[in-house]
Design a protein. Structure first.
Length: 189
């Protein structure tokens, strides 16, 4: 029996690694260098997967850095959940498995998510591909078995760094760095 991934992170489009690190002052966090005009943040407190903490930090970062922020949560590789913030305001929410925590509910298809808004926020053009990734069920043969695979496809379709795929704060501090990153590349707050 192996456990799936548990991670949270934030992808910000536009601001520099230094700007984001300053905005995280007072928190225990790690910021990647910019790639494709985006940086990824791994925040220690967010690893608890409390959506209120995640939402508050995403809103704050989006507001202070005046940029789009995509907050991602992967729960046991069964759920990919995100919130998109623009100028500090919630602009979209997505849950790949909304009935997951209700033991009496039937498995359900993904809810939320706006491919056009996501593409616009991150400068991507393939709205149809993003829509397909968001809508694929986890409960049939052509769907996603693992949420990390959906996240990887979403990052690729949006043209955002794959640094966040499969990675959270605890993974990074224990030495599991995303492909393409060295410890020296990271700014610790």
């Amino acid at each position: 029996f192996t456990m799936g991934n548990f991670y949270t992170n934030y992808t910000l489009r536009g601001p520099s690694q230094q700007t984001v690190a300053k905005a995280l002052s007072g928190r225990s966090a790690i910021v990647t260098p910019a790639q494709d005009n985006c940086v990824v943040v791994f925040d220690e407190e967010s690893d608890n997967q409390d959506v209120r903490i995640i939402a508050a930090l995403a809103s704050r970062l989006s507001n202070e850095a005046n940029c789009p922020v995509l907050a991602i949560l992967n729960h046991d590789d069964d759920i990919l959940w995100y919130r998109l913030y623009l100028s500090g305001e919630l602009a979209g929410e997505y849950d790949s498995s909304p009935s997951y925590f209700d033991p009496s509910a039937e498995p359900s298809d993904p809810v939320g998510g706006d491919a056009k808004k996501l593409c616009s926020a991150f400068g991507a053009s393939d709205v149809m591909e993003v829509e397909k990734i968001l809508r694929k069920s986890s409960f049939n043969d052509d769907g996603y078995t693992f949420a990390v695979d959906r996240h990887a496809d979403l990052a690729r379709a949006l043209g955002i760094p794959s640094f966040g795929v499969g990675t959270g704060y605890q993974y990074v501090v224990s030495g599991e760095l995303p492909d393409g990153l060295e410890g020296d590349d990271l700014t610790r707050v």
